[in-house]
Design a protein around this ligand. Sequence first.
Ligand SMILES: C[S@@+](CC[C@H](N)C(=O)[O-])C[C@H]1O[C@@H](n2cnc3c(N)ncnc32)[C@H](O)[C@@H]1O
Ligand code: SF4
Length: 455
Amino acid sequence: MIDKQTIRKYDIAGPRYTSYPTAPNWTTDVNQDTYIEKLKVFGKTNKTLSLYIHLPFCESMCTYCACNVVIRKKDVKYAEEYLKYLFKEIDLVARYIGRNMPVKQFHWGGGTPTFLNEDQIERLFKKVAENFNIDFSGEIAIEIDPRTIDKSKVKKLKDLGFNRISMGIQDFDSEVQKSVNRLQPFELVREFNDWCRELKFLSINFDLIYGLPHQTKESFDQTLRNIFDLRPDRIALYSFAYVPWLKKHQNKLDPQTLPSNDQKLDIFLSARQQFLDHGYQAIAMDHFALKDDELAKAFNRGTLYRNFMGYTVKPADEYLGLGLTSIGFLENTFIQNYKELPEYYRLLKEETLPVERGKVLSVDDQIRQWVISSLMCQFKLDKNIFKEKFSISFDEYFAHEKEHIEQCVSDNLIETRSNLICVTELGKIFIRNVCMGFDWYLKQQGAHKRFSKTV
Ligand SMILES: C[S@@+](CC[C@H](N)C(=O)[O-])C[C@H]1O[C@@H](n2cnc3c(N)ncnc32)[C@H](O)[C@@H]1O
Ligand code: SF4
């Protein structure tokens, strides 16, 4: 049982650790030249790839949204122009790495990838297939806004080779939906979910958010009843990242209508318990999966991995991001594209890779990245493996972190057993807090307002 006192103690601003070092520590020292150098090295290896494509357009702005989006009314010309430059980027990347690098994980995210029409979706998929060696038994996933799809488009996705679907739900309550400018009736989702089941996608994920305006425990209970009716294989239950200083449109939300911290916790704890009661297994803080879903199986085997696309069971050696704002990780270097469309277009017009910033990892970064990744994905850390990997003793290297480790032990977030650090059930909920103690940059700067709350 999780008590509110512990939650209050740990409910502080902190990173989500989809990367280490986290994005605020990346700089413009990494540019197109760095990227080309890394691409060339990578092109000479036999390594496998995770490939992410960002499709930024949405027809309207959901006022809670913290993703990188570009709002455009429905008109084929916007995606058409974007594809023209995206294809140029693919050609440029292929120029440096060759045309046949194997892709084990292929993910389309957004924005709303299904803003593209069927023909555009097909042309983009084929363009990638011509330039990379896509493993069709790997993870081929797409994020879908159920409001932007019909049966023919879902079928097109299946025919092309997509095998996993993730859909944005957030909340089914009509008052909540109205307040965040996202009207999405349950029947519409049910219909879309039925098509996906009919077409036998391997895994269906629903995104939910707790902490939205007008949400109450009772209203969210009703949303959950609807969810259990459809029984998705996976559920991501995100804490609402309220960051109006970063996302100006969130200022449209009336802060008075947000649930209090206590109410938010009640919603989270009740939802978590109901997922467990309905046969879902908790995977880290915000992910749940049915016990026979491969995510749950990988979690139990200790073979779960995490990258910008979330948790995955098909880890690749390196990541490549294509499209506006996308992120790659190649040869120990993070590389991020520009976030503004005009700049992205301008550079590609000049045959320049549109890199804005990134980070070349130091040895210390790599060591801490490994530690944080072990804790986030395996929920344990084996000091013997650490020593084998880095030829240093964990206890000596992390002497300054001893206090943090002891604090986590006394708060029952971790247990130490001979050479193992094991994250407890409670610690899985507060995994971000456990990791924060190993974040060198955070120690220098403090966890200030740039991050959302950890719970
Ligand atoms: C790119 S969007 C999903 C795809 C599609 N655009 C849609 O909305 O259905 C990815 C997910 O991020 C989550 N998200 C967006 N803004 C968020 C915020 N401020 N706090 C927490 N989660 C957020 C939502 O759950 C959303 O489904
Ligand atoms: S939640 Fe999805 S549909 Fe809404 S603005 Fe964000 S990316 Fe677009």
